[in-house]
Design a protein around this ligand. Structure first.
Ligand SMILES: [Zn+2]
Length: 205
């Protein structure tokens, strides 16, 4: 292989993507340079647009286009459509739950969990969750954090943050495999964890 620095840099970057190593990165790069106009050009344009325009909402954590306000029927609740908020760690968890079709309601994406490397509770969107629950008179907060120590610590902290609000708090069923991250669960497990979720606080209706 010739040493072309641009190509080497591209291989290096692509091999950082999940599920790809240097070998598959090389195959992807070859495919790209053989399809300059069909792939490289639109890909470069789209990447720039994503970088410029797509970010996480600072209130609810979902992905949004900066060209639009975060309404998506999620954050700026103009007309209340749902009674529930499902709290997850990452966007990939939201996507898994959406594709299982078990849940219809608002989402709140924390942006990680409390003990993950370098993440403290101040880095997570917990204060804005409390505000959303209060402001929108939500009936139920479903804690769908991972069945890991970090995920459970995060769930406990959220439960404590919501203790002064009249709202039912539930947690996904214990049937989740220990160490199970929401995004890795199959639909069947996810559906039964939602159906059998347990109530955590006793003083609400
Ligand atoms: Zn939002």
């Amino acid at each position: 292989m010739q040493n072309i620095s641009e190509i080497e840099e591209l291989i290096k970057l692509i091999s950082k993507l999940p599920g790809l190593g240097p070998k598959s990165a090389k195959r992807i790069v070859l495919k790209l340079i053989n399809n300059r106009d069909e792939l490289v050009k639109p890909l470069a344009k789209t990447l720039v647009e994503v970088y410029k325009n797509v970010s996480r909402c600072k209130i609810c954590g979902i992905l949004k286009s900066s060209l639009l306000e975060c309404n998506y029927n999620n954050c700026k609740i103009v007309e209340k459509k749902y009674e529930k908020i499902c709290v997850v760690e990452n966007i990939s968890d939201q996507w898994s739950i959406e594709s299982s079709n078990i849940y219809k309601g608002y989402y709140h994406i924390l942006g990680g969990n409390i003990s993950s490397v370098g993440k403290k509770k101040e880095d997570l969107l917990i204060n804005s969750l409390v505000e959303r629950v209060k402001k929108n008179k939500i009936d139920e907060v479903i804690l769908a954090t991972s069945a890991t120590v970090e995920g459970q610590t995060t769930a406990y902290y959220i439960q404590d943050s919501l203790k002064d609000i009249e709202v039912k708090i539930t947690k996904l069923a214990q049937g989740l495999p220990i160490g199970g991250e929401i995004e890795n669960l199959d639909d069947g497990t996810l559906i039964s964890a939602f159906k059998n979720r347990s109530k955590l606080n006793i003083n609400s209706t």
